[in-house]
Design a protein around this ligand. Structure first.
Ligand code: GLA
Length: 362
């Protein structure tokens, strides 16, 4: 494993970092032009770069201890290099020449746990390129470029939430996002609350195929309701006229948007927790993206003293659950829920608060 200093043989020319995200409310709403409330993770991805004299792009991940090399007119193989190449190509599409580069990547984000390590990688890369080349793009423009990189190069047909969060969120507020206008603002967590996030350890195997299926179902539901997107459904009762499963999918999206707007108006932690529980039930029963492990994990979290509410976070089919807790009680609740979850034969792990050696020593 090479440090950035060893890789560059000195200091890089530019470096930047970006966080992952954990979404508190507003799941599967972004590609329906809707609303969401993610928080940045304390874990971040770092990218350092310098121009290269040999005419090649050389990309090294110290987390994976793996490197990728490609010429300007060729392509990176699938893997972390694809995301980085996607960002380079997006900058080039703006008419800007990117010189051959040496790029060093490292991350403290778990990969594949549903905290959007790919968006963190893309935004960190674009930030580093912005510094190196003095690019005129603001943080929203960076999020749009990162989303296009993900869609066209990593071939994941995602919405804009993860990239907006990696570009604009912080880890002590929620970032309200309107996916249609990209209007956004930081807003405080409910008073006297804090978060816990547990990875279920279950890989998100169906995430890709079912994600695309849900997107098409939402498009079909919007068409049948005669609206541009499900965000525009004025009367929630109108979705009842749709045939199954479009009715259930639309019902989730319409109510999930309402939950975000209610939370944004400013509510206490008890009500926020109820909305999270309702969101989980809706993702499980109407949107059908939960799995038994996530239902069980969120139940174990809800059963702990000091937990206001819990839900799966991210696309579903594996990954993590998030809980809103009374301030000072998240770590204890998380440890207790995790112990009960793993007693059932699972291999979950604590992601936030980030486990530290000191905590393990206690
Ligand atoms: C994934 C996608 C996001 C969003 C969520 C579900 O994380 O990348 O755009 O659709 O799923 O809310």
């Amino acid at each position: 494993m090479l440090s950035a200093a060893a890789f560059f043989g000195g200091a890089p020319e530019a470096h930047a970092s970006a966080p992952g995200r954990v979404n508190l409310l507003g799941e599967h709403t972004d590609y329906n032009d809707g609303f969401m409330l993610p928080v940045a993770t304390p874990q971040r991805t770092e990218v350092a770069l310098a121009s290269s004299a040999d005419g090649f792009f050389t990309l090294y991940s110290s987390t994976l201890d793996s490197s990728v090399r490609f010429a300007r007119d060729s392509s990176a193989p699938p893997g972390f290099g694809r995301y980085l190449e996607g960002c380079i190509r997006m900058v080039e599409q703006e008419g800007i020449t990117v010189p051959p580069l040496r790029v060093h990547v490292s991350t403290s984000l778990p990969v594949g746990a549903g905290l959007s390590s790919s968006a963190a990688l893309e935004i960190a890369m674009l930030r580093a390129l912005r510094i190196l080349l003095g690019l005129p793009f603001d943080d929203v423009a960076l999020a749009r470029m990162a989303q296009r990189a993900e869609i066209h190069y990593a071939k994941v047909h995602c919405g804009i939430m993860d990239q907006m969060a990696a570009s604009l969120a912080d880890s002590t507020h929620m970032l309200f996002i309107d996916a249609r206008t990209l209007a956004h603002r930081l807003t405080p967590l409910p008073p006297e609350s804090e978060l816990i996030v547990i990875d279920s350890g279950v890989p998100r195997t169906l995430a890709g195929s079912k994600y695309n299926e849900r997107r098409s179902e939402c498009d079909a539901a919007a068409r049948q309701l005669g609206v541009a997107s499900l965000r525009d459904v004025a009367d929630p009762a109108s979705v009842q006229a749709l045939p199954p499963p479009l009715r259930e999918r639309a019902r989730h999206v319409v109510h999930e948007n309402q939950r975000v707007l209610e939370a944004l108006a400013g509510i206490d932690a008890v009500r926020f927790g109820q909305l999270m529980n309702d969101s989980h039930a809706s993702l499980r029963d109407d949107y059908a993206v939960s799995i038994p492990a996530l239902d069980f994990l969120s139940e174990m979290l809800r059963a702990q003293p000091g937990v206001y509410g819990a839900r799966l976070t991210g696309a579903g089919f594996g990954g993590a659950c998030v809980a809103l807790c009374r301030r000072g009680m998240a770590a204890g609740a998380g440890r207790a829920a995790l112990a009960r979850f793993n007693d059932g034969g699972m291999q979950g792990s604590l992601l936030i608060p980030v486990p530290t050696d000191r905590e393990d020593d206690r």
